[in-house]
Structure formats: structure tokens, C-alpha cells
Ligand binder design. Structure first.
Ligand code: PLP
Length: 459
């Protein structure tokens, strides 16, 4: 049995002779060889159920022929055209489809990049330049939340609120204001849900006051927190209150929908669950389902027009923005989602997944089960009564993730949700094409993995 509180070795040693700089250089990774639907096979023939769509990416499932053919067709016509010189049919069509994700007709201009972090940085720079174009040159601050994840580039990392990820790079990242997250299981204001006064939303208004409203450009947050805390779904009044506060002070609302966008939560954009529209929406991951690296910022027409009619150019740009092959893949993915009713399927199967996951609450180390659509999180605790988290050295989420992986189930474990360092959770977010039988299998394997780790921990 493994003792709690000790650093344990859960990863085998890597293969010798590789030139790869792996994410965890001390770990051995199986060689993924092929994939179809929700299944991945490695070179040794072992089969894995992709219970987390990689890292919440592969929304339409693996191996969809329509996407492959769209990519090949685009490559035959033209593989690269630089955004400073050309537009292409692929990116024009992709922009139309991304704009159609929102029910707000004013959100209709799309700026393409290659991933989530780039898209976050793009949104922030857009917000800043917008205010300069409008003559409000003092507006530059961006407020964000603790326990948030916005990416790993220096600007996005600064806006994120994960102590463990920020820590090593503190001297390199800018200092910005953060407010408490909306985390009902661990309410930062000590409230029970029925006594909630939305202090976490009002904290935005207080912080805007402290910073000086005339200096605040934007507020950025994930509609439902994913990677850092395992699916934090705010109560019904949270997002309308945040929108109200932003409007009162002229602050732009940036919704980071990198994980939640394009159908993951059972709506095209997650904020639509609250009937709220952002001014800028950050998208990536599921947008092209991992078939190509695509990120995007969907922006209010007024922001675009202020730049067009002002200085005339957004002072920004990346070589692979609006890449023809990537956007062709994105078009095929978004078309597939619409043609197969996958957003509605995510909502329906999300309810099935939630029902199947609920009994896991009875396992000794499970504290909470949360979800919206096919976006589910399980939080592990040392003591379900007091909700005390495990120490970081116990690596409980990683161990559950590894136990599941050994059993052929891919999940997305994370830590630090409780206080930046402590706290363990796991994301379950399978492709939207998963069947009910596959959900049953997923939950059975996961429960078995949790039980095994609980046993190891002496629970
Ligand atoms: C909410 C959110 N924003 C931004 C990012 C960063 O995206 P990327 O890894 O594509 O840079 C992520 C990645 O997990 C994310 O979950």
C-alpha cells in the first residue's frame, strides 16, 4: 500500500534513444497508432476509451472521413496563404460558421489563430486596442479570477489563477487583479448555495472600483471552469450579474470558451445557458476537434468597426492565423456537428453521463460530481465531511488518472483547485458521439480505478 504524503513513483521510465522532449521527460508514453470514434489503439494493440477527448478537444470523435477529405481537398487546392496577403474560401466559410455559434447577431467578426493561449492573448490585445481607438487610452487593465486557466503563454498565464502553474514563472509574468472564483463546493465567502448572495460576482464591482473604472479594459473568465478545478458551474444569477457589472462600468466581457465552446456543454456557447452574451468569445480545442490547430476570437462588430474606422489595422497577427488547411478542417468539423445534431446529443448524453456518475459520490474519496452537457468533473477529497483536500504530494488525481489509463480509459486529471496547490479533480468529457453503452463502460472502469486508489490510500 502507498503511504499518503509521500512522493510516489507512478510512471515507468521512458524509452531510451528518443529525441523527444516529452511533457513529463521522466515518463514513458505509449505510441498512439490509430483511432476511430471514442477509441484509440496504441502500437501494442491496447485499446483506450477516450473519456476526455484528449484534453477536451476531440468533440466529434476520431477518424471522421469527411474531415480527412476536406483537408486533402484543401491541400490539393492551396495549403498556405498568408493573412496579410490573401483570404481563402476556407477561412471565410469558417468565420461564417463560428459567428453562427452565437445567437447574438452583433457577435459576428472572427479573428483566427492557432490555439487557445494565442486566442486569449488576441482577445486581450483587441480589448486594449478597441479602447485606444475609442479615445479611452487609460483603459488597459484586465481583471480575471483565481482558479482559472487561460493558457500557458506568459500573458495568458498571468491572467490564469492557478498558483502551481504560475509559481515558477512569477518574475516573468505581469501582475493583474484577480477576483475569487464562483466555486460553490468551496465557496470563498463561506456560503451554502441556498444562502448565496453572489459575493463572488460582486467582487468584480469592488475590484473595478479599487482599480478605477476608467482604467479597466476587460474582465475575462471561463463560463464553466475546466482544467484548474473540474467543471465549476455557476448558479443561475451569476453570469447575468457579471454582465450587469461590466455594462455599468463599460468593461468588456471576454468569455474564455476554449473548453466549453462549440457544443461541449450542450449549447453552442456555454454562456447561452445563462442567456448572456460576451463582447469577445475565445474559442479553440473542440472548434476543429483536434483535426487541426485552430483558435478564434469571435468579436462584437462594434469592436471590429472601431479598429476599421480608426487606425485601420489590428496591431497583431500570427503566421498561421486563418491557415487554409486548419480552417478547412474546422469547417468540416462544424458542419459535421450541425449535420449530426451533436450539440443536442451532447446535452442529452450529458444527462445520461451525469446520472451514471452520481453514484460515484458514495466512493470514499469522492467529494463532488459536477457537469454541464458532456463536460463533467469529479473532485476528490481526503474527508467528504469536511471537504478537506489531499496534500499535493499524494497526487491523488494523477493516480486515479493513471489507474484509469492502465485499465484503458483516458481521463484528464488536474490539481490545485482547492487553494492553488491542494485539490484533486478529474475531467470526464468524451466525444459527443459516445454511446450509452460506452458511457456505462467508461463509468465502470473509472469507478474501479477510484476504488483501487482509495484502497491504496487506506480508505
Ligand atoms: C479555458 C482555457 N483557455 C485557454 C486554454 C489554452 O489553450 P491552448 O492549450 O490551446 O493554448 C485552455 C487549455 O486547456 C483552456 O482550458
Amino acid at each position: 500500500m502507498v503511504a499518503v504524503g509521500k512522493q510516489i513513483e507512478i510512471d515507468p521510465l521512458p524509452a531510451v534513444g528518443s529525441n523527444m522532449f516529452y511533457r513529463h521527460p521522466g515518463r514513458a508514453y505509449p505510441v498512439a497508432e490509430r483511432a476511430r470514434g471514442v477509441w484509440i489503439w496504441d502500437r501494442d494493440g491496447k485499446r483506450y476509451l477516450d473519456g476526455s477527448s484528449g484534453a477536451c478537444v476531440v468533440s466529434i470523435g476520431h477518424g471522421v472521413a469527411e474531415v480527412r477529405l476536406a483537408v486533402l481537398d484543401q491541400m490539393e487546392r492551396i495549403s498556405f496563404a498568408h493573412g496579410s496577403q490573401f483570404t481563402t474560401e476556407a477561412c471565410e466559410e469558417m468565420a461564417r460558421r463560428v459567428a453562427a455559434l452565437s445567437s447574438d447577431p452583433e457577435l459576428d467578426r472572427v479573428y483566427f489563430v492557432s490555439g487557445g493561449s494565442e486566442a486569449v492573448e488576441t482577445a486581450v490585445k483587441l480589448a486594449r486596442q478597441y479602447w485606444r481607438e475609442r479615445g479611452e487610452r487609460d483603459r488597459y487593465k484586465v481583471i480575471s479570477r483565481w482558479t482559472a486557466y487561460h493558457g500557458n503563454t506568459a500573458g495568458a498565464l498571468a491572467l490564469g489563477g492557478h498558483t502551481g502553474r504560475r509559481g515558477p514563472f512569477q518574475p516573468l509574468i505581469m501582475h493583474t487583479a484577480h477576483i475569487e472564483p464562483c466555486y460553490c463546493y468551496r465557496c470563498p465567502f463561506g456560503r451554502q448555495p441556498r444562502r448565496c448572495r453572489l459575493e463572488c460576482a460582486d467582487a468584480l464591482e469592488q475590484t473595478i472600483h479599487h482599480e478605477g473604472p476608467e482604467s479597466v479594459a476587460a474582465f475575462i473568465a471561463e463560463p464553466v471552469v475546466g482544467a484548474t478545478a473540474g467543471v465549476l458551474v455557476p448558479p443561475p444569477r451569476y453570469w447575468p450579474r457579471i454582465r450587469e457589472i461590466c455594462d455599468r462600468h463599460g468593461v468588456l466581457l471576454i468569455a474564455d470558451e476554449v473548453m466549453t465552446g462549440a457544443g461541449r456543454t450542450g449549447k453552442r456557447l456555454a454562456l447561452e445557458h445563462w442567456g448572456v452574451h460576451a463582447d469577445l468569445v475565445v474559442l479553440a480545442k473542440g472548434l476543429a476537434s483536434g483535426y487541426a490547430p485552430v483558435g478564434a476570437v469571435l468579436t462584437r462588430r462594434e469592436i471590429h468597426d472601431a479598429i476599421r474606422d480608426g487606425s485601420g489595422a489590428f496591431v497583431h497577427g500570427h503566421t498561421y492565423g486563418q491557415h487554409p488547411v486548419s480552417t478547412a478542417a474546422g469547417v468540416a468539423v462544424l458542419k459535421y456537428i450541425e449535420d449530426h445534431g451533436l450539440v443536442e446529443r451532447s446535452a442529452r448524453l450529458g444527462r445520461v453521463l451525469r446520472k451514471r456518475l452520481e453514484p460515484l459520490r458514495d466512493l470514499p474519496i469522492v467529494g463532488d460530481v459536477r457537469s454541464l452537457g458532456l463536460f463533467a468533473g469529479i473532485e476528490f477529497v481526503a474527508d467528504p465531511e469536511t471537504r478537506a483536500p489531499f496534500g499535493p504530494d499524494a497526487r491523488v488525481a494523477q493516480r486515479v488518472g493513471r489507474a484509469a489509463f492502465d485499465r484503458g480509459l483516458v481521463t484528464y486529471p488536474g490539481s490545485g483547485g482547492a487553494d492553488g496547490l491542494r485539490g484533486d479533480h478529474l475531467l470526464v468529457c468524451p466525444p459527443f458521439v459516445i454511446t450509452e453503452d460506452e458511457i456505462d463502460l467508461l463509468v465502470d472502469v473509472l469507478a474501479d480505478a477510484v476504488r483501487a486508489v482509495a484502497r491504496d490510500l487506506g480508505r
